[in-house]
Design a protein around this ligand. Structure first.
Ligand SMILES: Nc1ncnc2c1ncn2[C@@H]1O[C@H](COP(=O)(O)OP(=O)(O)OP(=O)(O)O)[C@@H](O)[C@H]1O
Ligand SMILES: O=P(O)(O)OC[C@H]1O[C@H](OP(=O)(O)OP(=O)(O)O)[C@H](O)[C@@H]1O
Ligand SMILES: [Mg+2]
Length: 281
């Protein structure tokens, strides 16, 4: 039985349950449920507070967990990142009132509010800077207006919250974060773990790529194949019509429309795109 920690609320929870479901694991049906047994896969899922997940994994009381990269670093837990999962993407950034003109090296002794004091302290200490950290649980953007801090360091996704608070980022991003799969550091992985990683990778591939099929004649085959190299190489099969070929390759979903335009220009026809439901590469 593999024990997996899953965030029970916040930005990570829906994405985590979604990717696990897509990977073929059953998930809880009620958001109050704290444990769910998937007896078909022999997996036990524990729905824990996002902030606590790295601690449980670091202690080895669960075999793996889903958390944010920023949260793992903040926790200081003895857990390793195994795989980026591509959701809950954010940047961790400094911000101050718009037009402040502040730079990172002016933060010595400055009142800095954040929910991630360990992450900020570590980042600035490496540069010999020591701010006066104010640890808040959330809604950090309002701390400056309420007079408890001069600058903040917080999670930024669309930037809407910052803008609405009249704040502006400054300095380079401290960290680029996303949901990640973690495991206890320095331990042999238990049976079934590699399969979990393969399944999750399969979902990520299916989300990132589409399958592209088209027909092309001999004269334009090489040029078309260059546009769709696939992973190893495209599959090229002869058509019943002399001198024509059917080509099949995986293409990045985001680039599919551009590749279709380029293929058309290169003489390909009957260009079709289909979703990949699941994969093992
Ligand atoms: N608005 C957002 N967009 C994308 N990712 C986010 C956003 N807010 C937080 N995250 C990321 O989600 C992860 C979990 O953060 P957290 O649990 O604080 O989520 P939350 O939605 O802020 O929850 P809470 O409602 O408890 O504050 C972190 O890795 C963080 O970087
Ligand atoms: O750049 P944006 O798209 O506006 O998103 C970023 C905001 O989202 C999160 O806040 P959340 O709603 O979780 O509230 P919190 O501050 O209480 O955690 C995060 O802490 C930022 O405040
Ligand atoms: Mg939050």
């Amino acid at each position: 039985m593999l024990r997996i920690a899953v965030p029970n609320k916040g930005s990570l929870s829906e994405g985590a349950a979604g990717i696990l479901r897509e990977a073929g694991y059953s998930q809880r049906s009620d958001s109050k449920q704290l444990v769910h047994l998937d007896d078909q896969n022999c997996f036990e899922f524990f729905y824990l507070r996002p902030n606590d997940i790295a601690t449980y994994v670091g202690e080895g009381t669960v075999d793996a967990g889903i958390t944010g990269r920023d949260m793992l670093i903040e926790s200081g837990a003895a857990a390793d990142e195994v795989l980026g999962l591509g959701f809950a993407r954010s940047r961790f950034r400094f911000a101050a009132p718009a037009g402040s003109g502040l730079t990172e090296d002016q933060l010595d002794g400055v009142r800095l509010a954040t929910s991630y004091p360990g992450l900020v302290e570590g980042h600035l200490a490496a540069r010999g800077i020591k701010p006066r950290l104010i640890h808040l649980d959330g809604a950090v953007e309002v701390a400056i207006r309420l007079g408890v801090a001069d600058v903040i360091a917080d999670v930024v996704s669309t930037g809407t919250t910052l803008r609405q608070a009249g704040l502006e980022v400054f300095g380079d991003p401290i960290l680029t974060s996303e949901a990640i799969l973690i495991k206890p550091a320095g331990r042999n992985v238990p049976d079934g773990f590699d399969n979990l990683v393969r399944r999750l990778n399969g979902v990520l591939i299916a989300r990132t790529y589409v399958m592209m099929d088209y027909d092309v004649d001999q004269d334009h085959l090489d040029q078309a194949c260059e546009l769709t190299p696939g992973f190893e190489a495209p599959t090229v099969s002869p058509l019943a019509r002399q001198g024509w070929f059917a080509v099949r390759a995986m293409v990045r979903r985001k680039q599919a429309q551009q590749v279709m335009d380029d293929l058309w220009e290169a003489g390909a026809r009957a260009i079709l795109v289909t979703d990949i439901a699941a994969s093992r590469l």
